[in-house]
Design a protein around this ligand. Structure first.
Ligand code: HSE
Length: 311
C-alpha cells in the first residue's frame, strides 16, 4: 500500500466533570487526510485546504506527531501528508488532535501497523502539545479509540475504553469565535478547594458508572463541572443561555467542549438531540454571533480508513 485516505474525527474533551481525562468521539465532523509514501526520506506536508496552517512539518501538529513516529522507524522512504481540514482550529472540538492522530494513523497503516492505538496516541500527544503547550491526551485518546475514553495516566500513557448507551447523541454548537487552548488553560487556577474536588470526583465517578449501566438519570445528575466551568464559561458569549435552553429542551447535561467555545449537550435519543438543536438555534440566532450546530451520534470507531491505493 502506498497511499491512504483517512477520516480523523472531531472529539469532545472533559465532558463536564472529567477535565483532561475524559473524552468522546464525534461522527458528524472530521478532517480528511491523505498520507503517501515518497522516495524522499522525511515528512513533508504537501497540501493544506480549509484553513491557513503552517507547511513546515516542525510547526504543524500533524507534522510534529508524524516526525515523532518517523524517528522511531527505520525505513528508506518518507511520507507526504495532505490535510483537508474541516474542523476549525480553536473551536474546542479537537481540531489539533484530529490532525495529530490522522498523520500517525495513516503512516501506521502504510507501515503495516507496527504500533498499537495507545502508541499512536503517544505520538499524537507530541503534536497536540504544540497547540496547547502542555501534555494532555483526552482528545487524541477519543479520536484514536472512538467512543468514550478515560486517560488513566499520561506516564506511562494508559487509556481505558468506556462503554456508552447506543441511544446517546450529542448536539454541539460552535459559536464562530476562536479560543486558544493554551490561553484558556493559562486562566485556570493552580489549586482547587477540597469541597469542590469532592463534588467533582463524586460526579465523575457517577458519570462513568452511568455510562457503564446505561443509567440516563444518573448521567443527568452527574454532568456538572464545579471546577473549570466557572472560569472558562466567561469566554463563551451567551453560555448560560445555551445551557438553559438545552436543558429545557430535554438535554441530559451541557458543558464546554474541551477548552471552548463549542458547547456540547448530551441527549437520550436523536429526537431529543434535534429538539435541543432547534432550541439552541432559536436562542443563538438572536445574538448576532455566527455559529455552526451539529447533531452527532457517538462515533465508536474513531479514526478510520476511507480509501487506499496499492499502485
Ligand atoms: N482537556 C483539554 C483542556 C482539552 O480542556 O484544556 C483541550 O481541547
Amino acid at each position: 500500500m502506498n497511499e491512504i485516505k483517512i477520516f480523523a474525527p472531531a472529539t469532545v474533551a472533559n465532558v463536564a466533570c472529567g477535565f483532561d481525562v475524559l473524552g468522546f468521539c464525534l461522527d458528524s465532523v472530521g478532517d480528511v487526510m491523505v498520507i503517501r509514501k515518497t522516495n524522499q526520506k522525511g515528512i513533508k506536508i504537501s497540501r493544506i485546504e480549509g484553513f491557513d496552517l503552517p507547511y513546515e512539518a516542525e510547526l504543524n501538529v500533524a507534522g510534529v506527531s508524524a516526525l515523532a513516529m518517523y524517528k522511531t522507524v527505520h525505513v528508506d522512504y518518507g511520507f507526504e501528508i495532505e490535510i483537508y481540514k474541516n474542523i476549525k482550529p480553536g473551536s474546542g472540538i479537537g481540531s489539533s488532535a484530529a490532525s495529530a492522530i490522522g498523520s500517525v494513523f495513516g503512516m501506521n497503516e502504510l507501515l503495516g501497523r507496527p504500533f498499537n492505538k495507545t502508541e499512536l496516541a503517544q505520538f499524537a500527544m507530541k503534536g497536540e502539545a504544540l497547540a496547547s503547550r502542555c501534555d494532555h491526551a483526552d482528545n487524541v485518546a477519543a479520536a484514536v479509540f472512538g467512543g468514550f475514553t478515560l486517560v488513566k495516566s499520561l506516564s506511562p500513557l494508559e487509556i481505558l475504553e468506556i462503554p456508552s448507551p447506543d441511544n446517546l447523541y450529542v448536539t454541539i454548537i460552535h459559536p464562530q469565535i476562536e479560543i486558544k487552548t493554551s490561553e484558556s488553560r493559562a486562566m485556570l487556577p493552580k489549586e482547587v478547594k477540597l469541597q469542590d474536588a469532592i463534588t467533582q470526583w463524586a460526579n465523575f465517578g457517577s458519570l462513568i458508572h452511568s455510562l457503564h449501566t446505561n443509567n440516563y438519570e444518573l448521567m443527568k445528575k452527574s454532568l456538572h463541572d464545579v471546577i473549570i466551568e466557572p472560569y472558562r464559561s466567561k469566554l463563551i458569549p451567551h453560555y448560560n443561555e445555551v445551557k438553559k435552553e438545552a436543558l429545557n429542551a430535554g438535554a441530559l447535561g451541557s458543558g464546554i467542549s474541551g477548552s471552548g467555545p463549542s458547547v456540547f449537550s448530551l441527549c437520550k435519543g436523536v429526537e431529543t438531540a434535534n429538539k435541543v438543536r432547534d432550541a439552541i438555534i432559536k436562542t443563538y440566532s438572536k445574538t448576532g454571533i455566527e455559529f455552526d450546530i451539529h447533531v452527532s451520534r457517538i462515533n465508536t470507531e474513531g479514526v478510520k480508513v476511507l480509501d487506499h491505493k496499492l499502485e
